[in-house]
Design a binder for this molecule. Structure first.
Ligand code: SAH
Ligand code: SF4
Length: 351
């Protein structure tokens, strides 16, 4: 008996290869992508340009399975948060963030995360599950459907939800291939950003996929970064920043550095200067994120004044700096606050 494949897990090349192995034409994959992702038809009977014999074979081979949407919350600031069931009693969250003309979807790639960054709520639980490509594509399709009801659509995608994308590269880059396929959703690669904590040997995959790179820098020297992000002990700042330079050169694009401000740990003016020295030779922008508090993290959010001083020092030095507004706090959708019902959100979480 042939095993069912989830259609949403397959890139067009993988689908074409399956057909080719059966002696069928590869262009069938293009036709199917058009039906499913462009016309949103999943009933093979309705796919009128496919021959009857070919069509008849398909229901025995493919299923269409997306993570079930468990809930959808809307924040007073327009942010929406979705909770998706990814099986085995586990869930992930995706967040839609409106910003000027943009509507950015922040997707999750894993349940839990093995990188164990000290300040991160997701990192508090070890990796429980790597999502499949279809579970990532499914977050996009369902969030977009929800927006469509209000006449809106997703304009940007960031892999900045739960999990480390480069710890699950097959699914992440498979999902990107599916989302960007011109016969289907045809999402622009320049509108997709993959954020990594710094798995250096795999960072070229981001360049190769033609998407944008974000790096969680979060410290101004190796000593502090070793402490807040243990991955730094494997690949240090020199190696990380070399990989960033390489990406910028090859892609002609700026790198985004994310920098979480932790009170008394990463927020001094001196550290702002150190950060500038690290990144000044790389075409980049720096995204400052004041820490979003969660209980027993051991860290605090700096005062607004400290945040401003840090930001102003970087601007004075010539950096391109963005202060990330905290969105969706009332629905626990801010950076580092995403979780799954699986381990339960602490009742005392600050909003
Ligand atoms: N694993 C990837 C992507 C997900 S984390 C990565 O680390 O890059 C997305 C961003 O949220 C990272 O830049 C991380 O530093 C930041 N972050 C995590 N917890 C946070 C918190 N509690 N407050 C503010 N930002 C946080
Ligand atoms: Fe994982 Fe990113 Fe959180 Fe670090 S910051 S634990 S890499 S999700």
């Amino acid at each position: 008996m042939q095993e069912f494949r989830n259609f949403y897990d397959l890139t067009m090349d993988e689908l074409g290869a399956l057909f080719a192995a059966d002696g069928k034409e590869k262009f069938r994959a293009q036709q199917l992508f058009k039906w499913v992702y462009d016309k949103k038809v999943t009933d093979f009977e309705q796919m009128s340009n496919l021959s009857k014999t070919f069509r008849a074979d398909l229901p025995g081979r493919f299923i269409f399975e997306m993570p079930r949407k468990v809930s959808e919350l809307k924040s007073v600031d327009g942010t929406r948060k979705f909770l998706f069931d990814v099986g085995d009693g586990m869930t992930v969250e995706s967040v839609l963030i409106p910003n000027d003309e943009r509507m950015t979807l922040c997707v999750s790639s894993e349940v839990g995360c093995n990188m164990a960054c000290r300040f991160c709520f997701t990192g508090k639980q070890k990796l429980k599950k790597r999502l499949t490509a279809g579970q990532i594509v499914g977050q996009f399709i369902q969030a977009n459907e929800s927006l469509a009801k209000d006449g809106l659509r997703i304009t940007n995608i960031v892999f900045m939800g739960m999990g480390e994308p480069l710890d699950n590269p097959e699914a992440v880059f498979g999902a990107i291939e599916i989302l960007c396929n011109d016969f289907g959703i045809n999402f622009s690669r320049r509108k997709i950003t993959v954020s990594t904590s710094g798995i250096v040997p795999l960072m070229h995959m981001i360049t190769d996929a033609g998407v944008r790179l974000a790096v969680s820098l979060n410290a101004s020297n190796d000593e502090i970064r070793d402490f807040v992000m243990p991955i730094n002990k494997k690949w240090n700042l020199t190696e990380l920043l070399d990989a960033c330079s390489k990406h910028a050169k090859e892609s002609g694009d700026r790198v985004t550095f994310e920098y979480v401000l932790l009170k008394g740990v990463t927020d001094s003016v001196e550290q702002a200067r150190e950060v500038w020295k690290l990144v000044r030779h790389i075409p980049c922008k720096i995204n400052i994120i004041p820490f979003n508090e969660h209980p027993s993290s051991g860290f605090e959010r700096p005062a607004d004044e400290t945040v401003r001083r840090f930001q102003n020092e970087l601007i004075r030095l010539g950096a391109h700096v963005l202060l990330r507004k905290t969105m969706g706090r009332d629905i626990f959708a801010a950076c580092g606050q995403l979780t799954s019902v699986y381990e339960g959100r602490p009742e005392t979480m600050t909003v």
